[in-house]
Design a binder for this molecule. Sequence first.
Ligand SMILES: Cc1cc2nc3c(=O)[nH]c(=O)nc-3n(C[C@H](O)[C@H](O)[C@H](O)COP(=O)(O)OP(=O)(O)OC[C@H]3O[C@@H](n4cnc5c(N)ncnc54)[C@H](O)[C@@H]3O)c2cc1C
Length: 412
Amino acid sequence: MPSLRMMKRKNPLLAIAGGGIAGLASALFLARSGFEVMVFEKEQQIQTKGAGIQLSPNAFKILDSIGLTHHLKADGYFPDHINIRSGLNMQLLTRFPLGEQIRHRYGAPYLLIHRADLLHRLLDACKSEHAVHLFFDHKVYNAFPHAHGIKILVRNGEIYDEYLVTALVGADGVWSTIRKQLEGAIEPEFSHTVAWRTLLPHNEVDEKILTSSIELWLGPNAHIVTYPVRDAFNIVAITPFLSDKNPDSGRIKDRNRKNRLSFFIHWHDSARHLVNLTSDWEGWPIYSLIKPHKPFKEKNGLPICLVGDAAHTMLPFAAQGSASALEDAAILAKWCHQTPEDLETSFKNYAKERHGRIKYMIKLSAQNRLIYHASGLVSCARDWILQLIGNKIINHRTARLYSWTADSSSPP
Ligand SMILES: Cc1cc2nc3c(=O)[nH]c(=O)nc-3n(C[C@H](O)[C@H](O)[C@H](O)COP(=O)(O)OP(=O)(O)OC[C@H]3O[C@@H](n4cnc5c(N)ncnc54)[C@H](O)[C@@H]3O)c2cc1C
């Protein structure tokens, strides 16, 4: 029989399931808004696998508001451009400026960083907050209503414990256990694509091809993205997944290289050379929620809400997954701060405010997939339009994403 643990506290106590970007950022924002926060992470340490991530100005502004950008600037790269090329012949289709121009337009830069560096900075900031209590190797299993809030069942090794908290935030990623607690829980769907990822040391690549800008190479049914992180180039090749059976949630070993390479047979030599360079590729099967899960639903009096991938795993074609998780954290804390004594209302307001924005991000990511992976005549039209008015279109499509700030975000 697990023992029921209660923390002595003055302020409302929130539990967060998951210590990824969404969970740690939420913990920081909530602690700074006057809450005691317990973060339960099922792994023994933070999960730093996954190499590079792009942080657009909307994400940067949030990290800046919690004082993290000083360190992140030292860890990351500020790319000058995104160069979009045809993967078939390497022709430059458009060069979209990201450096000073983006900083000037949106009041924040575009940053490339290693996921581990971002997570460590968030973790260090959490550790320096008295109100954040971190529990690694603690998996949240279940939640039950209680007269004084919510009782959560947590497993640490062979030991099960129950904790009594005021409310629970599910930040437990795409395969969220907490989402299953909500009415009408939806399941992630397989996109039939895999993101093949690797890091190549600078000295192993031709720096004429891989620049300190972001390179985006488009071809039929696949695309390649490269950019510098730390002392390496982050390479991601997204291809279809060839199998009748959907892969499970884990990583895919690059056992059948031929399958992966077959998508690049007709690509330019430089692209084929790149995807052939190393055997150290790891496949991430791409699952997503086709619509945002309603991140709050009171069920049997359970005050639960969701943030990050648990609420809205999106396709990675607009590089907004982490950005949206950071935005969630800021907006959740804003509403919790407004009505700390009535967190159900806070969660409802948070859910309402995020809904339109998340829907837009999901739509944009899905459209980008169609644009990036077009083939035949459609890809010819795409290339022609990109050469003609590429920057105008990209400006238009990204303005709503990048101009976002927690203050300008529209209230429900
Ligand atoms: C190929 C690819 C490229 C991407 N590139 C970008 C990019 O460039 N820019 C960008 O903004 N986004 C990008 N993303 C998206 C981004 O990685 C995710 O949206 C983001 O990491 C989600 O963070 P999260 O904290 O919500 O979830 P996660 O990172 O999945 O973290 C969830 C955490 O919860 C823990 N956990 C799970 N279950 C439990 C439980 N029951 N109890 C306790 N702990 C639990 C897990 O161990 C994990 O640590 C990319 C995604 C992919 C697949």
